[in-house]
Ligand binder design. Sequence first.
Ligand code: RTP
Ligand code: MG
Length: 142
Amino acid sequence: MAIERTLSIIKPNAVSARKIGAIIQRFEAAGFSIVACKMVKLTEEQAQGFYAEHKERDFFPRLMQFLLTAPVVALVLEKENAIESYREIMGATDPESAATGTIRADYGQNVTINAVHGSDSPESAAREIAYFFAESEVNSYE
Ligand code: RTP
Ligand code: MG
């Protein structure tokens, strides 16, 4: 299987709960290499642009308000089959339906305040990585 990259965001509730380290530990334990990482206090424009595909959804205002409550941590993670593999350890959107032991099951509060984001396709991964990182900020290592 091909080495892929995915864009992860540790969302404001997990940052505020001091769970950055615990969540990053899960990424590395699952075999992901962290090839880029930064903390960002999103502006409203940045949050709207990132989730533009959802702008007509009824939950969009709630999602925007949530994303502005604290900084987020954006990471680029690298692994074989990274996009699908990350979505497995992340768990379902609603923490109540997320499988036991997934990040959202353990750190999510509800369907909006759900601890982490992960890209859902190679196309969105490419767009989302470029949204936060210049190419020169994404590294590779053995
Ligand atoms: P994400 O994009 O953050 O990785 O989440 P996802 O693919 O599992 O879910 P998606 O449908 O893309 O939704 C994006 C984010 O919007 C918030 N949301 N709130 N009914 C609601 O209140 C609702 N539904 C979605 C969540 O923060 C979700 O992760
Ligand atoms: Mg999504």
